[in-house]
Design a protein. Sequence first.
Length: 462
Amino acid sequence: MEILKKAENIFVLLCLIIGMLFIIITPPFCVSDENSHMFKMWAITEGTMNFQKRTLDDGNTYAGTVVPKSLYILDIFTRDIPFHLENKFSISSLNEMKKIPLDKDSKGFVTYFVPQYGILSYMPGIIVLEIMKWLDLGPLYMLYILRFISLITYMAIMYFAIKIMPIKKWLFALCALTPTAISLAAGISTDGLTISLMFLFTALVFNFAFNEKISKLSAKDIVILGLILLYITILKFPYGAIVFLLFVIPKEKFPENFSGVKTISLFTAMLFLYTLFTTLQSFHLGKGLTSLNPKILPVKDVLLYTIRHPEIIIQNILNSISHDGLAWYAGSIAIFSWQDTVLPPHFYFMWSLVMLSIAIFADKNEPDTSALNIKNKWIYFLVISLCIIVTYVVCYFLFSYEGLEGVRNMQGRYFIPTLPLFYLLFATNKKINLKGLKIFSLIAYTILILDCILNIVRRFYL
């Protein structure tokens, strides 16, 4: 089986099998925020690029959109499952959901948290949704097909990223196979696309920096890097901080008329201006809206209080780490549903040891690489820190509760896009025969996945 000797081929095989299992055993709308994402996709196909405002019977104005009532009815079947471990899903409910017709003409208004996501955030699923609308498929079939499209998109991008990664391919593949990442990719969300594009950008930068066959970047290479960076920022702007990973590319590899510093400065300015524009636009469009969660403080109140009491930020960080630190750690490896389905602690410990072992050692046939020197590791640390800090600050202002005791929406999945860089902090050029360690990691991964499946089945059906 020569084909399975390559990390990217093993990734595709495992990702397809595991992803399909996750698609099948996870009930509809039981991936985090899946209902809101599907409503948003439908709205975009109807021409609503942002959201609609509607004043409801309680006198408050909310953000949302108009969708077929069949989508709303589909959501009702599983609405009481998230965060309520005692509530289960039945096959009989699935059979009833199959019978629900689309009925595009019968519509209703649904509310959701205001998302920044646009048409590019849901590619290529948005195109498939348009085709399914034309075919008048039932909403349940739409949901499962969109899940599959999301999984295939993740697989395709990751396959190419792993293929071009010049070092630590097996480590890169295992990061891409993280159960949480596959679970998100096998659902309707923007996470699978975001994670895979972050991995692709990382792989491209490493290929340009450490592939000895590449002596010079072309103008086309610069443009490709810039477009991927912009796409990542459009999806989730805190990850735009990965622009500083470009510092690992030797300055002599940049075009003579376009230095590395000039390239990074131009990209940073582009990403900053885009983020500033979309943030101001979001605040303008969101005026007068009532939050769906009354416990969340308005951004203006959080900002004013923080200016008066800057020490609250440190206290907030410490409280969040104390309260949610273990959940973040678990979420970066294996957590499911609406962040309410976890594994026993020893599985996380076991997998962390496996990943660190793969990171520390290099294959005996792999040449030494400057990618693992101290200077470059500081760059990796900088990129990781900036991505996490900016993500935390955004969550702090958007999802702070009364008392500012901690951020409740910072999640472990936000750490996944920078996982390869994290493990590279521990990597060395120490050579061993990695064959045995790879086999051991596959065995450990199989045990991890089997427990994931068992816990998902137990969570939803037993």
